[in-house]
Design a protein around this ligand. Structure first.
Ligand SMILES: [Zn+2]
Length: 208
């Protein structure tokens, strides 16, 4: 018989540490092929029909290989998810995170990058070619380009290194956000970066 789901961080005012432990425990269930929420869709939806009390918000990439609720083995109502190409920030993303932290009391914001990210590759290519793409794709490239430049566009490992650097830059930008800076500096909210391994399914938090 499966153990009852345990949600130590799943309440307003929970600690960032408990929330991170919960997320990583879900990822371990996913990696081990033993999700407890994977197929319980109907019952989970019914259980989540009241008010929501998510314990974390995860900002990830749109990449189809990185579905966030699945890789953290999360059920309905447990985490908020935001996905943009290369987890690039804009005002809508920032406002959404401010809402989740400020109004829902969520103590953990995770920025999740992944290897072989197409958005980061597009930024590398744009810098190499010296050509900015058209349309709003330019916004994605512009936001990722500083990470590529910091690593060095001619570095043979620019792809993987820029992915990591871009996660760190995104984390830094969130920590400096007008409405997040106070709760973060008080320790009530943590903003952490992590990387997803496409081969193993493992999420590894980045050490600073
Ligand atoms: Zn990506």
């Amino acid at each position: 018989m499966a153990a009852a789901p345990h949600h130590p961080g799943r309440r307003a005012g929970g600690t960032p540490r408990a929330a991170l432990a919960e997320l990583l425990a879900g990822n371990r269930r996913f990696v081990s092929g033993q999700p407890i929420h994977g197929h319980d869709v109907t019952a989970a939806a019914a259980a989540a029909s009241g008010d929501q009390q998510p314990y974390a918000v995860v900002l990830g990439c749109i990449d189809s290989r990185v579905p966030l609720e699945a890789i953290f083995d999360q059920t309905f109502g447990s985490i908020c998810v935001i996905r943009t190409g290369g987890h690039v920030l804009d005002r809508a993303v920032l406002g959404s995170i401010e809402f989740v932290v400020g109004q829902l009391g969520v103590p953990l914001v995770m920025v999740l990058g992944h290897e072989r990210c197409g958005a980061v590759a597009a930024a590398v290519e744009a810098l190499r070619a010296g050509e900015r793409p058209g349309g709003s794709l330019a916004h994605l490239v512009d936001q990722i380009a500083p990470a590529v430049t910091e690593v060095g566009v001619s570095d043979p490992r620019v792809g993987p290194l820029a992915i990591r650097r871009h996660v760190q830059r995104t984390v830094a930008a969130l920590r400096a956000d007008d409405l997040l800076v106070a709760p973060v500096s008080a320790g009530h909210v943590a903003v952490v970066g992590a990387l997803y391994d496409l081969a193993t399914g493992e999420v590894t938090p980045l050490t600073e």
